[in-house]
Design a protein around this ligand. Structure first.
Ligand SMILES: [Zn+2]
Length: 189
């Protein structure tokens, strides 16, 4: 199941130097780069009813900078859970957070049909637990998305079938008309 909003590589090709743009421009660029979704849980602005926050992947208090790669569009819930986390030099390199655009998140986490995330690696498990990515509202949201996708597929199949039936009815009507014309000629002769 693709991890919507989590693993998409959607940075614009060209970005101005982040130190020369205004705060508002910087926010807009990050918003757009993440397609208005939280980089960690994939929730959309429209689903939470407000703009999201700008997270510093490496916290500013721990030498994190303002370069584009360090700025992640992020919902309040993920930002609060992430907090000031940054792995210490002594910690295992596997116990770290996944960067939404630098890491291939789908190699570490898989989305089940029931909306739960399952860790595929130790890093995935750490990331998921730290950000609590299986919080009940997120599971419900993912499940609803699956259901909508399923219904959309069903609707598409029904529409395709309807188109085929219309064509078949058209062919049969034409055949009937031919037969009636032949019959009229026979009766008329
Ligand atoms: Zn989030």
């Amino acid at each position: 199941m693709p991890m919507r909003g989590l693993s998409d590589k959607r940075r614009p090709d060209f970005l101005p130097d982040s130190s020369i743009v205004t705060e508002q421009e910087k926010r807009e660029i990050v918003r757009r780069a993440y397609h208005y979704r939280c980089g960690y849980c994939g929730v959309h602005e429209e689903e939470v009813g407000s703009e999201l926050e700008i997270d510093h992947f490496q916290p500013r208090s721990l030498d994190g900078g303002e370069d584009w790669e360090n700025l992640v569009y992020c919902c309040t819930a993920c930002n609060r859970r992430k907090g000031n986390f940054w792995p210490s030099e002594r910690a295992s390199t596997r116990r770290r957070l996944l960067h939404p655009q630098r890491d291939e998140v789908s190699l570490h986490l898989r989305e089940e049909i029931d909306g739960r995330l399952v860790a595929l690696t130790e890093t995935g498990a750490f990331h998921m637990e730290r950000l609590q990515l299986n919080r009940p509202p997120l599971i419900a949201l993912r499940r609803t998305r699956h259901e909508v996708a399923f219904l959309r597929d069903g609707l598409k199949a029904a529409q395709d079938e309807q188109t085929q039936l219309r064509q078949r009815v058209g062919t049969l009507e034409q055949a009937l008309e031919d037969v009636l014309n032949q019959l009229a000629r026979l009766l008329g002769s």
